[in-house]
Design a protein around this ligand. Sequence first.
Ligand SMILES: [Zn+2]
Length: 504
Amino acid sequence: MKLIIRGLQLSAACQMVCRMNPILLGIRRATALAIVMASTAVPLHAQTSPAERPFRAGAAAANITPWMGVSINGNMTDHKGASVHDQLHARAIVLDDGQTRLAIVVADSCMIYRETFDAAKKLVRERTGLPAENILMSATHTHSGPASASVFQSDANPEYQHFLTLRLADAVQQAIANLAPAQIGWGVGSEPRHVSNRRWRMKPGVLIQDVWGNTNDVVKMNPKPGSPELLEPAGPTDPEVPVLAVQSPDGKPIALLANYSMHYVGGVPGGTYSADYFGAFCDRIQELLGADRQDPPFVALMSNGTSGDCNCMNFREAPKPEAAFVKIRRVANDLADDALGVWRKIQWHDRVELKSAQKEIQLAVRKASADELARARALLSTAKKTNGQYGGWGPEVYAREWLLLDEFPDRVPLVIQTFKIGELGIAAIPCEVFVEIGLEIKKHSPLKPSFTIELANGYNGYLPTPAQHKLGGYETWRARSSYLEVDAATKIFDTVMELFARVK
Ligand SMILES: [Zn+2]
């Protein structure tokens, strides 16, 4: 309360602006866009020192559900959207310590290109002055969302990409409009029941074939659960559930950002749009916090951690039949219970320091050789399609990927970013990051706790470690879903550490 009072005891000039500006008084009007512009203009506060300004937070969700007929990506074959199970959202949280403003957006999408994120950030900058390096935007990796990136046999829909750009920007702008005095806190829960490493070593003598029929792979992705041929998982898991929370000074929930290193639940029928467990978690935690129908609305965000090699299948046992949305809800409810436990123990701060750092790095693209390209062309010259598509896991799909990947530049730029929120660190990486990398980031970050949001600020395919590259398996097979140089993980990890050192 002390901070609010202090926040209102601004200079005479600022008080006058505040009287005209309901946002600065904490009376929030999401539709007052003109006022948003004013609230972000630094000169309004020119006569107040940062320490005198209240810490503020705002949150908003923009609906990004597409119309029917847009391709759904995340599978080897394409499906067109024909029904909506649950609405898709771009969910935003904005924090403001009086000096620095940070925005985090989590969008219900399988993956989103950097071009789309950059265009949305440009709009935010034009409308509110918030620079791109202070905005972290990510995709959840639902496999039942509209294609805003082209992978395997699903092509990005340009009309939807444009719509998504506008809505990503709107989410941030609306969250800024909702800025109000806030307390902030964080904590880390744990939910080990829904994380498994999906890459397995098989017992000696078991044949592991790649999509071309080669037998060089040492691991198999998603082997048959309960199979007697299973030896052991080829990597660890990360059961942590980091939570960042903001509430009003009188204890009304404003937003909760969670993070979990689990790919997706899936099993959603082809042609159905759904936000998977990410959206179901947001609904459930809102219900548990008693934050339904607030004004402005409470917003929850579930970001994807480092789940390139981890999903929620229990490979040790043959699965019991369970409908997709029943399982999605079960996983989401368990995670929400855990996040609620963290919320209840949070130590609230009246203010924390906010910082951001980002860097662009260039990484080489793993392209097919001339011989391999000739082989791919020969294969496709006689390949047959059914309903306009190649068979799901056949070599034709990969032959096509090799040819499409050959059109990529030899090196690609990636944005790596870190945020400091008090003592909490967040790393943002534009890949499907292997869990080992996330665990190393948590261990070596100077900020404790730290976590990673993957598929952030762009999309550059899987990010296995060099050691996992040697084991082979689906996530290493060259395609638009996996094309960065073998040492990419090392270079990205070093960059994350460099950026954490800059913000710490
Ligand atoms: Zn995936």
